[in-house]
Ligand binder design. Structure first.
Ligand code: BTN
Length: 264
């Protein structure tokens, strides 16, 4: 699946070798299990298809077999738990650059963890972690790469998703995309949280927009005005109250129509 040139490039990073399986329940679940058994940083798992792909907040992640990049990596974080969300940011930035280089289309990063082209989701990231004496963070990403036009996915997914092949007008090499993304991630993953925050602020399509934010117990509308040092979203409500919203607390975030008046 992965040619010698690509393996060689991966060999110059902390990631690899690239294990690429046809079918698995969930690459994230498998790497968490391996992490608990002591697997080191840098383990990577890619699958052609997942039978129980996991999305954020217990949602399912579905894809037409063989046409997405479904990839998880194991990190042994050297930063405090309150900064672990910045690892998700590192992967979002790495995937954005890799997609730009391989598909010729550069997606927006929608806070907290989606990549979008034309306001349609092309990739999502799920971070799962455990603490203790040997903490681990498993970062998993699903990128819609070469979906067939009539992709057999549920209508709600079809309504808001796109595929790189649809926007690029050609198929994209999943192995090349994976290796390019892991090379970028290798460069970003040890950057200080503030650097990742600054890089995200430059490319985050959520900033400057009025958004509807759904938390577990309430929903509110506010203007997304900034990111704090750990990449949490700073919002201003219509009454002027400024709040910081953690990625882990957000059930759903939707940018409202451009025509809607700003709170500012
Ligand atoms: C989301 O947008 O809800 C996050 C989706 C993350 C999906 C990826 S696919 C590879 C990895 N394995 C999983 O089970 N989930 C992540």
């Amino acid at each position: 699946m992965v040619g010698p040139g690509l393996e060689e490039r991966l060999g110059r990073t902390r990631f690899g070798p690239l294990r690429w399986v046809e079918v698995i329940d969930s690459t994230n679940r498998r790497l968490l299990e391996e992490a608990r058994r002591g697997a080191p940083e840098g383990v990577v798992l890619v699958a052609d298809h997942q039978t129980a792909g996991r999305g954020r907040l217990g949602r399912r992640w579905v894809e037409p077999p063989g046409s997405s990049l479904l990839c998880s990596v194991l990190l042994r974080p050297r930063r405090p738990p309150e900064e672990w969300h910045t690892l998700t940011v590192a992967l979002a930035l790495a995937a954005r650059t890799a997609i730009g280089a391989t598909a010729g289309v550069t997606p927006d990063v929608k806070w907290p963890n989606d990549l979008e082209v034309g306001q349609r989701k092309v990739a999502g990231i799920l971070a799962e972690a455990f603490g203790g004496p040997t903490p681990a963070v498993v970062l998993g990403i699903g990128i819609n790469v070469n979906w067939p036009r009539d992709a057999p996915v549920p209508p709600d997914v079809a309504a808001r998703a796109t595929s790189l092949s649809w926007v690029a007008g050609r198929d994209v090499d999943r192995a090349e995309l994976a290796v390019r993304m892991l090379e970028e991630l290798d460069r970003l993953v040890d950057l200080p949280a503030g650097d990742l925050r600054n890089r995200l602020a430059g490319v985050c399509s959520t900033l400057g927009r009025r958004v509807r934010i759904e938390l577990a117990d309430w929903t509110f509308v506010a203007d997304a005005v900034d990111l704090d040092d750990t990449c949490a979203l700073v919002v201003r409500q219509p009454d002027g109250t400024v709040r910081t919203v953690e990625a882990a607390d957000v059930v759903h975030l939707r940018a409202l129509d451009d025509g809607e008046p700003s709170c500012q």
